[in-house]
Design a protein around this ligand. Structure first.
Ligand SMILES: [Zn+2]
Length: 336
């Protein structure tokens, strides 16, 4: 029999996704995080390529136009058509902290949505892909929005998109588990409804994600809120950001600061620079002292964040090149 329902059972720490032959638990927020960390385009492309190159859908469209096929396509036919989409969808979803089993459950939900979009359409029109592709993969705007929300950027709550989300209506009921515990069950029509529930639960919980300073993905810190590198395994098999960035030890920061000081000092005190600015003898010493103080502050700041790249960038950006010296000199003269 066709798989015609998807339910979410709320179990206090996450949802169990239930479809006819599968039960998989996913922690609150995990779905939203996986969306924020993935590109909308990959999934959009997978769905749009499949739909536009599918021989059966093309045929159904033609037959409907000629009134040979009934206006609504049956579930069995649609199930057959989308069977082959299941594996590639699962493969795209299973990454970062989404396990293969969880990816399978989410794929079910996505294909369920896709299937109903086709079944409810009176006249198939393959030129209007937006009518069929699951809402959460139609535009990257949704992903950006989720990202902002997860990082609790308050502006995200007042946007038009949030208003749209607030209009959703999700049927729910109460069910009793085998041990007598009553739980809330949501009947889900599309992945957007799941996403909204997931975000709501995320905000009710106290845990918050942070952004990885290396790969910019969102992750739950394991030990401290101040952790800045994720532990996600990268698809290319390279080390996790957390391991890769560990090599920036205290020594590295100190070495870089020392090297930068040497460079800046020699730029200020070499004879040609001295000669160039000799009419304003206070300029170069005060410039160097000021920079040196800033360097000390930035050294401490970036070391606390364990952000070696950030410190390196600051050093590079403030290098006393000929142009930079000229610029600083103009600023110095204007202040006088
Ligand atoms: Zn990372």
């Amino acid at each position: 029999m066709a798989d015609n329902y998807v339910k979410l059972i709320d179990v206090d720490t996450g949802f169990i996704i239930v479809s006819s032959n599968m039960r998989v638990e996913i922690k609150y927020g995990q779905f939203a995080i996986s969306l924020a960390n993935s590109s909308c385009n990959d999934m959009y492309k997978l769905f749009s390529d499949f739909i536009t190159h599918n021989h059966y859908l093309e045929m159904a469209q033609q037959l409907q136009k000629k009134s040979i096929l009934p206006r609504l396509i049956g579930e069995d036919v649609i199930d057959l058509i989308f069977k082959d989409l299941y594996a590639p969808t699962t493969q795209l979803l299973a990454k970062d902290d989404i396990s293969p089993q969880q990816a399978m459950a989410i794929s079910r939900l996505l294909l369920h949505e896709l299937k109903y979009n086709f079944m409810n359409d009176k006249q198939i029109d393959l030129n209007h892909l937006i009518n069929y592709i699951p809402l959460i993969f139609v535009s990257d705007e949704v992903h950006q929005h989720i990202r902002k929300m997860l990082l609790t950027n308050t502006s995200a709550f007042t946007s038009d998109l949030q208003n749209e989300i607030n209009q959703l209506n999700i049927p729910m009921s109460i069910m009793t588990l085998d041990d007598g515990t009553p739980v809330t069950v949501y009947e889900i029509e599309n992945t957007l409804s799941y996403l909204v529930l997931d975000l709501q639960k995320y905000f009710l919980s106290k845990k918050r994600v942070v952004e990885c300073h290396n790969c910019h993905k969102l992750f739950y810190p394991n030990y401290r809120k101040s952790e800045i590198y994720c532990r996600y395994k990268h698809a290319d098999g390279s080390k996790t950001c957390n391991i890769k960035m560990q090599h920036s030890t205290d020594d590295d920061f100190a070495k870089l600061a020392r090297r930068a000081r040497g460079y800046q000092h020699s730029r200020c005190y070499n004879s040609s620079t001295q000669q160039k600015y000799n009419k304003t003898p206070d300029f170069l010493p005060s410039l160097y002292e000021e920079w040196s103080t800033e360097c000390r502050q930035h050294h401490i700041y970036f070391k606390e964040l364990d952000d070696f790249k950030g410190f390196q960038k600051w050093v590079d950006d403030t290098k006393f090149t000929a142009n930079e010296l000229e610029k600083r000199f103009q600023e110095y003269s204007n202040k006088k």
